[in-house]
Design a protein around this ligand. Sequence first.
Ligand code: ZN
Length: 156
Amino acid sequence: MDVSSGLRETDLDDLAVPVAGEAAVRCAQVLADAGMRVTRQRLALGKMLLLGDHRHVTAEGLHEEATAANLRLSLATVYNTLNQFTEAGLLRRIAADGIKSFFDTDTSVHPHFYLEGEDALVDVAGGLAFSKLPDPLPGHEIERLDVIVHLRRKRP
Ligand SMILES: [Zn+2]
């Protein structure tokens, strides 16, 4: 069996990653707490996502942001890293329109507005209440309710 063919870009880039600066140290701790090895990519993107206010990002949007910050990361690397963060429980993936996934740094279950045509996902402030939930199928229980309220701009 050829194990080298299974190595991904992130696996090849994690030797002696310098963790310099207060944000990098905090980010490395967040990664370690989630059971993740520290790699250059995870550190760079983690600093943008995991240390500040809650955010909703797409791989494309974060890639643009990284490029603007002179971080040379491919879109595929950004996407892979977002998926790894999600698998580690640091992000929650939200499929808003069937094509594009958003990644939420708030991993709790909470309702969202999706702004059609503006490519934005925002939290619904103040929560949401339902007066009638369906009975679960026999042998099942309701695990969670993912709510996305789709908005569009009013025509003037
Ligand atoms: Zn959210």
